[in-house]
Design a protein around this ligand. Structure first.
Ligand code: 3PG
Length: 214
């Protein structure tokens, strides 16, 4: 695996974050994630100012891995890159965006759940795909079924992942890391409940480690 895939896979969890007030929340949130052993953040373009949040975190917490999520346009790739973003996540598979990200040297994790998506991903030499929306698309059973014809891919299941099913996903050798918003919900962020976020991250890390040990 390439270096970014290795780093994300080592952490095993990718918080999917929507920030409505980056100036107030981005840096304390990033520190809360790091304190919980999860030094990675996917900041989604679902809220305006995602690139501002990426920049703020990269400046204040340089050891953290920060990427952009819900990327659907080239302009967002440019904005993420200019802000210091280190990876990209798209909800679906868009070959143009994948090619553009690769041209710019940014790792990209496109959302893929079907044999057609995986076929398309093959052409770009990708190693890790976002499997989205994971639970709604068939969960681990579908991930396993897809890995039979496409053993070269590992996945990042996202969508419906929670403390309840994290162990099941994390135990699978096909899963590089699990994405989710359960540890960074709007309520937790709006309420600036940083300690709870840290606790949720610690529990998630412990679940992943234990699941991987088998
Ligand atoms: C995403 O964009 O990756 C998902 O919305 C995260 O899904 P979740 O909120 O169910 O964790």
């Amino acid at each position: 695996m390439n270096a970014m895939n290795e780093a994300i896979s080592k952490i095993g969890i990718v918080p999917v974050i929507k920030l409505s007030n980056p100036e107030r929340d981005a840096v304390p949130l990033a520190k809360a994630l790091c304190a919980g052993g999860v030094p990675v953040a996917e900041i989604t373009f679902r809220a305006a100012g995602a690139d501002r949040a990426i920049r703020l975190i990269r400046e204040a917490v340089p050891d953290m891995i920060v990427g952009a999520g819900t990327v659907t346009a080239k302009e967002q790739i440019d904005a993420a890159l200019a802000a210091g973003g280190q990876f990209l996540v798209t909800p679906g598979f868009d070959g143009e965006l994948v090619a553009y990200a690769q041209e710019k040297g940014l790792p990209i994790y496109p959302g893929c759940t079907t044999p057609t998506d995986y076929h398309a991903a093959l052409k770009f030499g990708l190693e890790v795909l976002k499997f989205f929306p994971a639970e709604q698309s068939g969960g681990l059973a579908k991930i396993k079924a897809m890995s039979a014809p496409f053993p070269q891919f590992k996945v990042m299941p996202t969508g419906g992942v929670s403390l309840k099913n994290l162990a099941e996903y994390a135990a699978s050798p096909v899963v590089a890391a699990c994405g989710g918003s359960y540890m960074v919900t709007a309520e937790l962020i709006e309420g600036q409940r940083w300690e709870e976020i840290t606790e949720l991250c610690k529990r998630s890390r412990a679940i992943v480690e234990e699941a991987r040990r088998g």
